[in-house]
Structures are given as C-alpha cells and as structure tokens.
Design a binder for this molecule. Structure first.
Ligand code: GLU
Length: 450
C-alpha cells in the first residue's frame, strides 16, 4: 500500500472527549501502522464558535495521549481555496441560491410530513428565474447556497462497514454556504482532503450521509479517479447510552487527565471499547497499532463505562516500566539510585500516579509513625539487622522478632507496618524496608518522627 495520509479534523468549539479521542487514535494508529502521515486539521470555518484556546487545548490533549501530528493546519487560513471551489461549482450549475428563511423551510417540511412525504428540500431555489431572484434580493433577502446533488446511488466499500450505499435522491441538496457567506463544514472538508491528498477518511458513523454528498463533490472537484477511502466507526456513548458532547465537556480528555487517569488507559479504552478485543492494559500505543483492524470494529453503539476506566488506569500503572515513568517521577523530584527500586516496589499499589508522592515521603521524607504497641516495637527496633539491606532484610528481621516475641501473622506484621509506613496497607515491606533504611526505621519504631 502507498503511504496513507489521514487526518483528524475537530472543530475547536470545545474540549475533545473520549469519543473524539477514538477518532483521533484510529487515524493516528492507522497512519503509524502503515507508515503514513497524520494531519491535524482544525475545522474552524465557524469563526463565531471556534476559539484558539480550544485549538491549543486540543493539541495539548492529543500530545498527552501520545499523538504527534505530522502537520497542523487551520481552515480559517485557507478560505481562498474554498472560494475557488465554490466558484467552480457555481459555474458548473451545481451551486444554487435559495432564499427561504428557516421558518419557511420548517413549514415546508411540516407540510411534506403531513402528506406522508420525506422532508426533502423541493429545489424551489433552483426553479427561480433571474427576475424572481432579483425581486427577493430587493426585499433584502440574502441567499444561502445549496449543492445540487446528482440523484444517483452512491456506493463505497467502507473500511469498517463494508459495502455501503446511499441513494442521494432521498437527501436534501445540502447547504454549503450560509446567508452570511460563511461555509458549513461540507465543502471546505472536501477541498482540504483533496488538496492534502488525504487517502483515508476515518471518522464517526454520524458522517455516513455526508460521505455520499462528499463523494459527489470529490468527483466534481478532482475527478473520479482520486477518491479517498472511507471508514466510519461506531460512536462511543456514555454507560447509560447517551451521546458524548464536546460542549457539555462530558468525559473530556482534560477532565480524565485531571482526575489522574493514565493516558494509556484512556487510549486503550477509546480504541478497544466497542471492538472485538476485551479491554486490557497496554504499555505503549504500538500495542494498539499492531493489531488494529478497522473491519473488526463492532457496528453497534459502544458504551463506555468510566468505572472500568479507573480500574484499567490502575492496572496500566501496575505494569509500567521504570523507563516509561522516569521523567514523570523526576518531575516530582523522585530521582537518584532509589528511584527505580522505589518504582518497582510501589507501582503495584498505586490507584493513581500521584500516589507515588506519598510513598516517596514514606521512603525519603519525614513521617510521624503510628506506634501502637511500644514495648513490642522497641524490642523489634533493638533487633534491626546491620546494613547494608537487601530484599532478605525484612524476612531475616521479622523471623528474629517472631522468635523473640512469639508473635506471628497479623499481630507480628501489622504494628511493624503501621510504625514504618504510617499506613494499614501498602507495598511489600521486603521491597520497602531497604529503601527506608535503618536510621529511619529505628526512629519510627521508637515512635519518633523520621
Ligand atoms: N469537523 C468535523 C467533525 O468534527 C470533521 C468530520 C470529518 O472527519 O470529516 O465532525
């Protein structure tokens, strides 16, 4: 296969959510797997609703997910291309002015429905004579512009859904330009996909109908021999089945990040939910790219359960290598020769990455111990072995304390854990004790802060 070129094309009108991340990742992973190019294109022709701060936040969110675009561009910088395409369509008689107000269109639709007809635009605009148009404009009406569809059946072999078709006779001629001469999404998207030589358009199945329209536009603007392939994936919905919304901020990537969810867990959930693969932790995006097969995505709605994500995030952390987190640990001043054994000791106990800060304090910082059983603890402190300590120090020591005091099980271990770590539960003390070291251990067992 020649190197594919794909794009993720969000409108910067809000923060992206996990459903948008699904689209972004499916594109990015497809490009990665096939050594292609991934373009981030901001569909910001709606200048009222698009905001630069959202565009920037989307870039940050994608970077956090591990998605590095090969190119970033903004439609708001490319209007000349869209004007030229609109002129071409107008000249070909395929873009025509319409003067109905939204209320008039609504009344038409209601009349059609009352008569049992599909609510398809009646092409009244196309039937207007030059003088009728002049009269409407003299009344102060401004036209919006519709694309005159060929009433053909448009067919494509969808990368996800297989053989697909739409009868364009059942569609209204789509509006490409509004009254105020701004562009709706449809035309700029095709113009850019053509100009950027996009080879595969992978997006949500809410765009299936658009594909029929856009295939007609592609054929008109570039000729039928250079049509891209299309894949429409199922959409992620909330656990209760509601659609996710960029505007309400539900399950936004930024929100998940702030809640301490691992980015690899978000990526795994975004891609695996609603696929044939059971949700499981991954150690890198490559693990998702390798087995990616769009034709294996389920056709039914994929419900996304945030509780599962929290659990997946913890499991993801438990498997991360030291190399994978070295920089993140360093950002919390967790460095030096203890950093790696520390990570390996505590990772299995983390619910969220930030928990490392508390555990590092147990190892390196000062902590007031919980000394419940002072006589027993003092005896245990007496028998701490000489350093250097390795992973056997804990076993050797507690066996001795056991002989000495006759205690075993919880009665032996629980007071030691509480005194040494200040907590009821936590990582294996065999791994933690050598990191805490003798001086701190002795002080804490004696009830002193250390
Ligand atoms: N801006 C469009 C959207 O966010 C892009 C759709 C497409 O991928 O063509 O829905």
């Amino acid at each position: 296969m020649p190197h594919p070129i794909v794009r993720f094309a969000p409108s910067p009108t809000g923060r992206i959510h996990i459903g948008n991340a699904r689209t972004a990742l499916l594109n990015f992973l497809y490009a990665k797997k096939h050594h292609g190019e991934f373009i981030l294109r901001f569909d910001d022709t709606d200048v009222e609703r698009s905001k630069e701060e959202y565009a920037q936040a989307i870039e940050v969110d994608l970077a956090w997910l591990g998605i590095a675009p090969d190119r970033v561009l903004r439609q708001s910088e490319r209007f000349a291309l869209y004007h030229a395409a609109a002129a071409k369509l107008r000249d070909a008689g395929r873009l025509y002015p319409c003067y109905e107000t939204p209320e008039e269109l609504d009344r038409k639709r209601k009349r059609q429905q009352a008569r049992g007809l599909p609510p398809v635009y009646d092409r009244a605009g196309l039937a207007l004579s030059a003088s009728e148009r002049a009269k409407l404009e003299a009344e102060g009406r401004k036209p919006h512009w519709r694309f005159k569809l060929d009433h053909d059946i448009i067919r494509w072999n969808d990368m996800v859904r297989g053989a697909s078709h739409i009868d364009c006779a059942s569609l209204s001629d789509p509006v490409l330009l509004r009254e105020d001469a701004t562009y709706l999404y449809t035309l700029p998207s095709v113009v850019d996909d053509a100009a950027l030589n996009v080879t595969h358009i992978i997006r949500g199945e809410d765009h299936v109908t658009n594909t029929a329209v856009q295939l007609q536009l592609f054929a008109l603007l570039m000729g039928p021999e250079r049509l891209p392939a299309f894949g429409h994936h199922n959409l992620l919905a909330s656990a209760s089945g509601e659609a996710l919304s960029k505007r309400t901020g539900s399950l936004s990537i930024g929100g998940l990040r702030d809640a301490g969810i691992e980015s690899l867990a978000v990526a795994a959930a975004a891609v695996m939910t609603g696929s044939s693969v059971a949700l499981h932790p991954i150690a890198s995006l490559e693990e998702l790219a390798g087995p990616l097969d769009l034709s294996q995505l389920s056709r039914s709605q994929a419900r996304f359960d945030p509780a599962e994500l929290t659990a997946l995030s913890a499991r993801t952390l438990h498997g991360l290598s030291f190399e994978a987190v070295r920089d993140r640990l360093a950002a919390h001043d967790i460095t030096g020769h203890k950093a790696q054994p520390f990570w390996l000791a505590v990772r299995g106990n983390l619910a969220a990455f930030l928990d490392v800060v508390d555990w590092w304090r147990v190892v390196e910082g000062e902590m007031t111990p919980v000394a419940e059983d002072t006589v027993f603890l003092a005896a245990a402190a007496e028998h701490l072995p000489e350093e250097p300590w390795d992973e056997n120090a804990w076993k050797n020591w507690t066996e001795e304390v056991k002989k000495l005091t006759g205690r075993k099980g919880r009665a032996l271990f629980h007071p030691l854990r509480l005194a040494l770590t200040g907590r009821e539960t936590g990582p294996e003390l065999a791994a933690l004790l050598p990191l805490i070291g003798k001086a701190k251990a002795a002080a804490r067992l004696s009830g002193r802060a250390a």
